[in-house]
Design a protein around this ligand. Structure first.
Ligand SMILES: [Zn+2]
Length: 81
């Protein structure tokens, strides 16, 4: 990570902020998407929520979430069979 920020954004009175459009486009962040938030010392790290299945690790279509973790269709079928 470089020392110079790519953007400086402002937190509004309700503690909200806007992700710059260039960042949204680069990471394909759409309205309603969920982001994972990590706190690291004095840094906040945001990343699009993983869509990889926690069992097989593949990027298969997600059919359900268990404890907020994605499970793909193939793994779900194996679990319930
Ligand atoms: Zn899977």
């Amino acid at each position: 990570m470089s020392c110079k920020p790519d953007y400086i954004i402002k937190v509004d009175p309700l503690h909200r902020f806007v992700i710059p459009v260039n960042v949204r486009q680069k990471l394909n962040i759409q309205s309603g998407d969920k982001l994972e938030v990590f706190c690291d010392d004095n840094k906040i790290i945001l990343q699009p929520r993983s869509t990889r299945c926690i069992i097989c690790g593949l990027n298969n279509p997600i059919i359900t979430y268990v404890n907020d973790q994605p499970i793909c269709c193939d793994c779900y079928k194996q679990i319930i069979s």
